[in-house]
Design a binder for this molecule. Structure first.
Ligand code: FAD
Length: 215
């Protein structure tokens, strides 16, 4: 057993099973949380070395001379229950779009495709801060973990070491979902209501496939 003054719960999509914060339920059919990731290759001659976003495709280089592909409409069309032939059809479609977008894919094939789950808060915004009604529990969950990890980690370190949340974190507090302190019984994940309790001063929801730009 390790003793700690505060514990940061950063379990991604599994966070609601550990701390009373809402995420878009990802197991259900029709959920917008899952997204399709497709890897294609070989890319010869070598392809893009940076991120590339077009209206119908996101491309980034992947180790081993591959490209990693995603698309918003593919993400919206699949979930954890999508049949394999449908996933393969989407994977082939993303490869087709990639061939239109970058050079070097004439001999490429789909190497892998997988439905992965994004931790999507219901308002599209990160959830970062101390959990009301649960002393010692600090939550950090975001769909924008790749983009924001470095920045968020500095803000969280400042919050934990000074005890004063940086102003930049105030819109993202878990308290926005809990207008009154939780009683301990509410921490039972089986009883969690995934909907925000109080939309309050929230920003408009992000598009399902797009990462929020702010923390
Ligand atoms: C399809 C897709 C698209 C994405 N798009 C973007 C994007 O556009 N921009 C962006 O910035 N990011 C994007 N991401 C990243 C993603 O949305 C998250 O932000 C990122 O994965 C969060 O990282 P994390 O470390 O918080 O959580 P995770 O990477 O999910 O890690 C959580 C960890 O907690 C562990 N865990 C869970 N439960 C327990 C437990 N009880 N005890 C111990 N450990 C536990 C898990 O095993 C896991 O290792 C995307 C991801 C996917 C899959």
């Amino acid at each position: 057993m390790l003793e700690a003054d505060e514990v940061i719960c950063c379990a991604g999509r599994w966070t609601p099973s550990l701390a009373a914060v809402p995420l878009i339920p990802w197991q259900s059919s029709g959920s917008t949380a899952p997204g399709l990731v497709v890897r294609v290759g070989p890319v010869a001659p070598p392809g893009p070395v940076r991120l590339l976003h077009t209206p119908d495709l996101a491309v980034r280089p992947h180790p081993g001379g591959l490209l990693h592909l995603e698309a918003e409409d593919a993400a919206a069309a699949v979930d954890l229950h999508t049949p394999e032939p449908e996933l393969r059809r989407w994977a082939a479609e993303l490869l087709r779009r990639a061939r239109r977008t970058v050079r070097g894919l004439d001999d490429a094939r789909v190497v892998t495709h997988q439905v992965c789950v994004r931790p999507l808060p219901p308002d599209g915004q990160s959830i970062v801060g101390r959990l009301p009604g649960a002393p010692g529990i600090y939550v950090a969950v975001t769909h924008s973990g790749v983009t924001l990890a470095a920045h968020l980690s500095r803000l969280i370190a400042a919050d934990l070491t000074t005890g004063t949340p940086p102003a930049a974190l105030s819109p993202y507090t878990p308290a926005r979902f809990t207008p009154t302190p939780l009683d301990p019984g509410r921490l039972d994940p089986g009883r969690l209501d995934p909907r925000p309790l109080d939309p309050g001063p929230l920003r408009p929801s992000a598009r399902p496939g797009a990462a929020p730009r702010a923390p």
